[in-house]
Design a protein around this ligand. Structure first.
Ligand code: ZN
Length: 193
């Protein structure tokens, strides 16, 4: 068993010991909202948004982008599980700002090893075994957080499966302070219409 697996199993045993009555929680989120946010390890939505088990849906991917799959989850979130308000939360210092689709395609062409980064950008080891498949994917990189939050709120809001009475709020999480800063233009674009 790897060190990480041992650590996770040990932590889980502690969690189970204090699980209490959480086994009785209903499936629909009690506070009836959902958050779409980045997978960045520094972000803990349960902490930055004050969530307990059973409170809300948290949908995470690289960048917190409104990908087709994120929208799939949001539609299930309201249609089957009753959420009524949604947040799109991107963040400062996001890894998605450090590359373009072209760069990612080139890195994967070089090898499948983890690439390195310095002030000149990303570098691959070119150790062989790469693939051109990455050149056919939109990795949804970000060049400006305010812009990406606005784009994603608009993309979700304009989806034919999303009802007009669900407000969508746009925010940027500040990794230096933990503060959630509203992107007013995005929240305006996501208001009930
Ligand atoms: Zn990120």
């Amino acid at each position: 068993m790897s060190k990480v697996v041992k650590e996770v199993m040990s932590a889980n045993a502690d969690y189970v010991a204090g699980f209490g009555d959480k086994g009785d929680l209903p499936m629909p989120p009690a506070r009836q909202f959902a958050i779409l946010t980045c997978m960045d390890a520094r972000l803990d939505p349960a902490k930055y948004a004050g969530l307990a088990e059973g409170d809300a849906h948290v949908i995470r991917n690289a960048g917190g982008r409104a990908s087709d799959d994120a929208i799939r989850s949001l539609v299930i979130s309201y249609k089957l599980l009753g959420t009524k308000e949604w947040f799109v939360i991107h963040h400062t210092d996001c890894g998605m700002e450090t590359f373009t689709n072209e760069v990612m395609g080139e890195l994967l062409s070089g090898s499948l090893k983890t690439s390195s980064v310095d002030s000149a950008g990303w570098h691959d080891s070119h150790s062989g075994g790469g693939t051109s498949d990455g050149k056919y994917i939109n990795w949804l990189p970000i060049s400006c957080q305010e812009q990406s939050v606005l784009e994603d709120v608009k993309r979700i809001k304009s989806n034919s499966m999303v009802p007009r009475d669900i407000p969508i709020y746009g925010y940027i999480y500040d990794c230096k302070s933990g503060n959630l800063v509203e992107v007013l233009e995005a929240t305006e674009a996501g208001k009930v219409s």
